[in-house]
Design a protein around this ligand. Sequence first.
Ligand SMILES: [Zn+2]
Length: 87
Amino acid sequence: MDTTYINTIDGKTKVEWWDADKFTGRVTQIISADETVTIPIPNTAILCDFCNEKITEFPVPVLYGTHALCSVCYEDVKKEEESNDKQ
Ligand SMILES: [Zn+2]
């Protein structure tokens, strides 16, 4: 897995580049007052954590080790820093 760094509004940010196999076997948990339900996430359901667009290009940029980004949002995150520089 490749790791790169980009500058965002939060400063220097680590980006991990995940291949499709890194997204297998994920689960999500729904926690209520009585119980915690663990639901498997289908391996093909890889959605952008920013815009919920389905991601089809690999490897996928993953911010902070958890947030998968589509190529459009990844470019936006990088652009934010560029526009900040000009202010
Ligand atoms: Zn997106």
